[in-house]
Unconditional design. Structure first.
Length: 440
């Protein structure tokens, strides 16, 4: 089999020819073969860079890094190494290592780049069997995609249609060298158990097993595309950003379509997908009469409800931010707050305030009492902050984080929402422009 031709065809099919290629190089046989194929492909050598992630889990980890460096030097390929420290957590050693590995690789991938990794046909079979073990739906059974968005660029898998046997044959034919990770034979890890004790025997009994499993994955990918099209159409009917979900949408849908929309909404906002039990609990809680009762933790996010909308809130253990003293309000400055950035004296400012007295103490305050009376420039009378937060649909968990510009303790502006009537600049005033850039 001419694997170089297959890689060239993959590059052409996925329109990657003009991209900068970043290969994740572990030093194992799969990534070494991928590097060899990319070097011999139609990609200019200058467009290829290898990145090795040293997980520091093996006594040989530094030797593997040196091997990868030496290999790239022989090929004339640019090389970088990243070292990470893996600790056991919710994801386990294997899952945490994978998370840190891709975090490290993402720093090398911009909008002109494609990350290429060496997952192959038999890896796809492993992925589907693991999905079956977990009781996954169509998304899990869709397995690994040939290319997906990654960081600011793409993640491509050129070997996904090539078997382990073909990779081993190429390595032998071209007299390639590679390193062996002793953990790859440890069957306490699920993938290793499937690789050595399950899939190998299945392929011996049914030689087309891995390829047929990959065909199932491809069919499931088509079903996922259709489900996503339906969910995207449903989501487009709401009158708020996609970072929120209007509950009125859910009420109009059948149970299957409602569940599909909920999973899609969570996925496009990079939230860990719920189990079937968690999803049922979330749907049930959306029907609660008390907003405060809706609080579902999914990975590093929490789903909350406010005024008939669902919100995704990042979990944090941080205390209330400290007051920020502004030394010179007339100087250009960027102040980072929990909800975004305040840019002082920006030419494209969203609001303009009058000049404070030169002896005034100007600060950004948080957590102002809801009983404080405020008079926004767009209103005809004063109202309490609590009422104004409700009118502006500010969720309760965000109210204490809104940056409030104050002068000698007097509210000047709730950044991102309004300027106080007495502080709103008019054309003749020597104004200070302020731009607000909300995070996310």
């Amino acid at each position: 089999m001419n694997l170089i031709a297959k890689v060239n065809q993959f590059i052409a099919t996925h329109q990657l020819a003009n991209k900068q290629f970043v290969i994740g190089l572990s030093g194992g046989i799969d990534s070494v073969v991928l590097l060899d194929l990319l070097v011999k492909s139609d990609i200019p050598l200058r467009n290829l860079k290898a990145v090795h992630v040293n997980h520091s889990l093996s006594q040989q980890a530094d030797d593997w890094q040196l091997f990868c460096h030496s290999l790239c030097k022989d090929y004339g390929v640019s090389f970088r190494a990243e070292k990470v420290q893996v600790t056991s957590g919710k994801l386990g050693i294997e899952g945490e290592a994978r998370r840190l590995r891709y975090n490290a690789l993402s720093s090398h991938v911009n909008s002109d780049c494609v990350l290429v990794t060496a997952q192959h046909l038999d890896d796809q079979a492993e992925t589907l069997l693991l999905a079956l073990k977990r009781g996954s739906g169509v998304l899990g059974l869709a397995g690994m995609m040939p290319d997906t968005p990654f960081s600011d660029g793409l993640h491509a898998r050129p070997l996904l249609d090539i078997s382990q046997a073909d990779i081993e044959a190429w390595a032998a034919q071209n007299k390639l060298e590679w390193v062996e990770d002793e953990s790859n034979t440890d069957e306490q890890f699920d993938r290793n158990y499937l690789r050595h004790s399950v899939i190998k025997e299945l392929n011996q009994r049914w030689p087309s097993f891995s390829r047929n499993v990959a065909r199932t994955a491809q069919l499931c990918q088509e079903q996922m595309e259709l489900a996503d099209e339906v969910a995207s159409s449903d989501l487009a009917r709401q009158d708020c950003s996609n970072q929120q979900l209007a509950l009125s949408l859910l009420d109009e849908l059948s149970p299957a379509r409602r569940n599909n929309l909920m999973r899609y909404w969570l996925r496009i906002n990079s939230v860990s997908l719920p189990s079937q039990k968690q999803l049922a609990q979330l749907i049930k809680q959306t029907q609660s009469k008390d907003d405060a009762q809706v609080k579902i933790e999914l990975g590093e996010a929490v789903i909350r409800r406010f005024q008939q909308r669902l919100y995704i809130v990042e979990t944090t253990n941080e205390e209330m931010p400290a007051t920020i003293a502004i030394k010179d309000i007339n100087q250009s400055d960027v102040i980072t707050t929990p909800l975004g950035k305040v840019m002082l004296n920006d030419n494209e400012g969203d609001i303009a305030i009058k000049q404070p007295n030169q002896h005034c103490k100007v600060t950004i305050e948080y957590g102002l009492a809801g009983s404080i009376k405020s008079w926004p420039s767009t209103r005809d009378k004063r109202r309490t902050l609590k009422k104004l937060w409700q009118e502006h649909r500010v969720p309760p968990w965000e109210r204490g984080l809104v940056p409030c510009l104050c002068a000698d303790g007097e509210l000047v502006a709730a950044i991102g929402y309004w300027v106080e009537k007495d502080w709103c600049a008019v054309e003749d005033d020597d104004a200070i422009n302020i731009k607000w850039q909300r995070r996310g």
